[in-house]
Design a binder for this molecule. Structure first.
Ligand SMILES: [Zn+2]
Length: 375
């Protein structure tokens, strides 16, 4: 499976200015190739000899590849917009989708393919232009022990150099060995929700609650409020900025949740993690205006994907089960009825926390709906 790793570069002042110049020239070249292509000249058979750029030829080749893929994607989106407008017109709607604008790279970056960079002895080597000629520079890096072990026998892919909070970093794609899936061990059921972001139940009886639903909800409401205020003041840039910030926070929360869940699974010798199929996850949730349903579906989907990915790395299989009645079935006698409030009480005397019940039933469920979500 393909993974990526970020390495911080510690260039000398001179190296830093060389890399900065390379990154600027790189995006300038890609942007100019894209504009040539969309203005009617095909770049399909372009080689380094067709491109004027103050870059090593390996990087010019990469620019051509990048430009081609940007153009291809752009045409695909344009085509989608045309189809959408056609169907809108058919339905008699006066609304039209705007044609997508041409993507322009703004953030300085550059890509170097695996044949043109090399990592060794806490240094990374790649070509830049020095006085009009291509020259390899060797930039000091700091690798953690984990990264050293990781890279010792990895097959590298493309490297991307970007600036992140004022430092240069290299994002390196590598092929990791496919982990061997465990064939023996316990089963874990996970119930994803709003009030409790996640609850796990292991077949050895262990129960764990993750995250803080109330805090997440307050955060979202706070950002929604800010957004509304800024929108009515027509501060579009500020709206975008806080949207990005909220996305980043949500992403961090999901990363932490999925990490904690998989850690628990590893600690309890889990071989299979079961999740509800996401299309109608916890459909028993009463829909209030405060709960934006589509938004929640999306964040469940994202969290499930992260769990799936981290579980796979730990050799744990993820399976999806039918969500019907998981929050209503008594695991002791099998009766089906709704929970009153947060507590689930059954006629047979069984009682438990409602969200824990979901995880428990998911753990026991054999109603598989494949090992892919369909949200
Ligand atoms: Zn019962």
């Amino acid at each position: 499976m393909q993974l990526s790793e970020t390495i911080k570069l510690s260039p000398t002042r001179e190296q830093r200015s060389l890399v900065n110049a390379t990154m600027s020239e790189y995006i300038r070249t890609v942007n100019s190739l894209v504009s040539i292509a969309v203005n009617g000249t095909s770049i399909a058979s372009y080689t380094t000899s067709n491109v004027e750029a103050d870059l090593p030829s390996a990087l010019i080749n990469q620019c051509i590849r990048d430009a081609r893929s940007i153009v291809k994607k752009h045409y695909k989106y344009c085509h989608k917009a045309v189809l959408k407008n056609r169907s809108l017109a058919k339905r008699g709607s006066a609304i039209r989708t705007k044609a997508p604008s041409l993507p322009i790279l703004k953030k300085p970056c550059c890509y170097v393919n695996n044949q043109n960079y090399r990592i060794r002895d806490n240094r990374i080597e790649f070509p830049v232009m020095v006085g009009g000629r291509s020259k390899r520079i060797s930039v000091p890096i700091r690798l953690t022990d984990r990264q050293k072990a990781l890279f010792s026998d990895a097959k590298f892919g493309t490297m991307r150099i970007v600036t992140k909070s004022h430092s240069l970093v290299a994002q390196i794609v590598y092929e990791a060995a496919e982990p061997i899936l465990k064939s023996e061990g316990n089963v874990m059921g996970i119930d994803l929700g709003i009030k409790c972001p996640a609850v796990s139940y292991c077949s050895d009886g262990n129960v764990k609650f993750y995250g803080n639903g109330r805090k997440n909800k307050y955060m979202r409401r706070h950002y929604a409020y800010l957004r509304k205020k800024l929108q009515s003041a027509k501060k579009i840039k500020a709206v975008r900025r806080i949207n990005d910030k909220e996305q980043r926070i949500m992403h961090d929360i999901d990363h932490k949740l999925s990490h904690d869940i998989v850690q628990t699974a590893v600690a309890h010798d889990i071989k299979v993690i079961k999740l509800e199929q996401l299309a109608n996850i916890r459909s028993a949730t009463r829909q209030s205006r405060k709960n934006n349903h589509s938004l929640h579906t999306w964040s469940f989907y994202r969290l499930a994907q992260l769990i799936e990915y981290k579980a796979k790395l730990a050799g744990i299989t993820v399976e999806y089960v039918n969500p019907a009645y998981t929050s209503q079935t008594c695991p002791v006698c099998g009766r089906i009825h709704h929970a009153n409030d947060r507590l689930y009480t059954c006629k047979c005397g069984f009682r438990t926390h409602r969200d824990l019940l979901g995880a428990w039933n998911i753990c026991n469920s054999t109603e598989y709906v494949g090992n892919r979500h369909t949200a």
